[in-house]
Design a protein around this ligand. Structure first.
Ligand code: BGC
Ligand code: ZN
Length: 369
């Protein structure tokens, strides 16, 4: 069968190749789920892998099948797969796999303390930009049929969900935390999905991002009832004066200096959530006394978040369902750039590099929706 792969460490090595068919027996103890891939989204991580800045091949192979934002239909299941996962049903598989740390042993490999981590389509494990895959049912999450059109957004949604879920988890320490105002920094897919997750939890949303409105992403923020502000016209301090103080600030800009501005304006008892994987080594001068003092006197928290746990997949499914009910058509508008078939991998990477549109995704097979 066909797959889109790269030679990790070799820039611009994206290619189409033949790879072995997976089989239910590849997974031990009857827990195998064989899945036909329907759609796969791509993001900055895939772009960086093709630019050889990130990613590694599985041991023994000189190529890595890329693609981690998957959506598919179950073809067959082993005898010990829970009956929530049945042939014909839609599923999304998670990305990270356990290593040696205690967190992997309890299903929380997103919290691994190992230096080496295993991620399908990213690091040391093949991904989903192929025709079929097999996976242990522990890492496979069922979706209802009415998410056929937007289910490919589940994996990026789980990244937003983990950040939001942990903000609430951390704030349980306050006994009473009634967050009202949230700022989301960045208006790419993750920023938009963070805004959605916060809105669904009843918060007022302000999105602060580089481009000037109106453009599709700012329209999407407004459709959620949020406000959009361009960083070309206003500073974050001014935004906080006008629409804050913010109880929650979530960053998904990829521009790390902004984090220190966010730390400066975060409200009392607030939580600042960082999610950008910034590969560079940028340095900036920060208002260190002011930030430090305001964190101390304001009992503030700054927390990093990566990947997602089973709980985040479950709340992600719930939020996709709620989003379809409360903001009909909103999620579908994120799916701006379909690419038809694995053979169109060049078109896929070009669309990703152009960076216009919101989500580039490959229609690997018809989804029957
Ligand atoms: C993926 C995450 C992953 C992270 C780090 C992101 O693009 O969506 O699942 O943990 O990259 O590799
Ligand atoms: Zn990703």
């Amino acid at each position: 069968m066909k797959a889109i792969a790269v030679h990790p460490g070799k820039a611009r090595s994206i290619h189409l190749r033949e790879v072995p068919e997976p089989s239910l027996d590849d997974v031990p103890d009857g827990r195998g789920v064989l899945v036909e891939v329907l759609r796969v989204g791509v993001d900055g991580t895939d772009k960086e892998i093709n630019e050889a800045q990130y990613g590694a091949a599985p041991p023994g192979d000189d190529y890595l099948v890329i693609g981690h934002e998957n959506f598919g239909r179950v073809v067959a299941v082993g005898p010990d797969v829970p009956d929530t996962i049945r042939p014909g049903g839609y599923v999304v598989a998670s990305v990270r796999r356990p290593g040696t740390s205690i967190y992997g042993k309890i299903g929380l490999q997103d919290f691994t303390t190992d230096d080496v981590y295993y991620e399908r389509g990213i690091n040391l494990r093949h991904g989903y930009l192929t025709e079929r895959y097999v996976e242990d049912s522990d890492f496979v999450f069922p979706l209802p049929p009415n998410l056929a059109e937007v289910g490919v957004l589940l994996e990026p949604t789980t990244v937003a969900e983990k950040g939001v879920n942990h903000a609430f988890e951390i704030q349980r320490r306050l006994r009473v935390w009634r967050p009202r105002r949230a700022a989301v920094l960045g208006s790419g897919t993750i920023g938009l999905l963070m805004a959605l997750a916060l809105r669904l939890r009843g918060l007022e949303i302000t999105c602060f991002s580089l481009p000037r409105a109106p453009f599709p992403n700012s329209d999407l923020i407004e459709e959620l009832g949020g406000a959009y502000v361009s960083s070309q016209d206003t500073t974050l301090a001014e935004v906080s004066e006008q629409r804050g103080p913010f109880d929650v600030i979530m960053d998904a800009t990829g521009f790390s200096p902004l984090v220190w501005e966010a730390a400066e304006v975060l409200g009392k008892n607030g939580v600042l959530v960082l999610s950008s994987i910034t590969g560079g080594d940028r340095r900036v001068e920060i208002a260190s006394d002011r930030i430090n003092q305001s964190f101390v006197l304001g009992n503030k928290v700054m927390v990093g978040t990566v990947n997602a746990s089973p709980t985040d997949f479950e709340s992600g499914v719930t939020d996709l369902i709620r989003a379809e009910a409360l903001f009909p058509g909103w999620l579908g508008k994120l799916l701006t750039t379909p690419i038809h078939g694995l053979e169109s991998y060049r078109e896929m990477i070009e669309a990703l590099e152009r960076g216009d549109g919101i989500k580039v995704f490959v229609e690997v097979a018809g989804n029957g929706a």
